[in-house]
Each structure stands twice: as structure tokens, then as C-alpha cells.
Design a protein. Sequence first.
Length: 241
Amino acid sequence: MEGNASIPGLDPVLVLAPEQMAGPYFRNPRLIRRNISEGASGTPLLLKLTLVDVDSGAPLPDVLVDIWHCNARGAYSGWSKINPDLEVDVGDIGSVPRTDDDTYLRGGQFSNSQGVVRFTTIYPGFYAGRSVHIHVAVRIVAGGNYLEARHVAWVGQLYFPEVTTRSVLAAKDYSGRSIAPLRNDQDELYRQMHGEASQLDIRPIGRDSWEDGFFAQLTIGIDKRAMSAQIKPGDFDIYTV
């Protein structure tokens, strides 16, 4: 199955990108929220994703978009005690036992009438074996009702420009690691799955300094009829709002 993501300056509906693996750190914390940071330290990031129908280019309202990513030190909530400087087996979902019930840097939003979701978070850090990225799952719900039958249409990963990442990872919250970060072109998944098609368009929030944080955006074309091979509907619990 293929999803679709834009490259800045190109028609997003015409640029196809295959799914990327969900990774071993997926979980459903039953959280519908815009601000997923939970006070995590790091450079602020405002993320805007626009979901469009891959066939017509029309906005997709009432689509449930989940994101999750590591903190500035490379740790994922739920697996906070795993050393991010050591590579782990990245097999099926749930292949790595959870260590805690933390929920930082995870959450979902329903797209609005323009197909837009917005998240307040931090610029992700990195962990062994991967470049900097954010995980995304797009779920189609029946009539906008999260209690109705639903399916996962697309699972992907969002990547960051190298110049921006180098600046951020030099900051105090991210520095002092025992390993060096991978560049995108060193990341096996990025190379194999054409990660350049899912690279975020980023600009600083402040005029004079990037330390105030960044605004990132991407348009993602979705085939509503597609069924993800990465995350099954049963992997999600019912959301409570």
C-alpha cells in the first residue's frame, strides 16, 4: 500500500511515498490532544499536517491522526528506561517490552474541515540506528465517530532537514550523548523508503533566532480505501475524550 506525502514546491497529490514501518515503540495512550509535550525539555516545534484525498486532492475532515516520537535524549514514553544509545531489535509492534506508563510526546487529533491537524511538541532527538523523525498513523473513522468501525489507512515517518537538525542537536537539551546522530542519508529506512518525500518544510518561529522553536508542515495524500500493513485496527484501543 502506498500513502502520499509532499515535497515543498511540488504538487503533494502527485508525489507518492510508500508506508514506513511503525517501529517497536507504538502504543495507543487514548489521548486526543493538541499539546503532546507534557513539559518535555527541548526546542519547541509547532507541527501542521494537512490531509487530502489522494484521488481528488480535496481535504479530508474527521480523519484521526496519531503521532509519536522520542524526547530530546532519544527515549520514547512507555520505554523511558531503555538506553537510546544502544540499538534494539525493531521487529513487530510490541517486540520491545514496555518499561513504564509515561505518555509524553504522544497524542492524536481529528482533522478539521480543511483536513488540518496541529500539534504542539518539541523537536525530536535521536536514538541509535536512526535519523531524527516523527511517526504518524492515519485512521479512517466511520462518519467522524471514533466509536464506529475504523481502519488505519497509512503509517509513515516524517523527517527533518539536516541543516536544522544540526543546529538543534547542538543545544544543551540534546547534546552530551555517547553516540553521534545519523544523517538522513545514513538511515537505512530513509534510503529504502524514499524518506525525502516525507521531509517536513520547516521555518523558525522567531525572526532572529531558531531558539524560539520551529514551525513544520507537510501535506499528506491519503487513499481512504487502503489498509495499512503496519498497524491493524485491533492495535488501537477505543479513545476516550
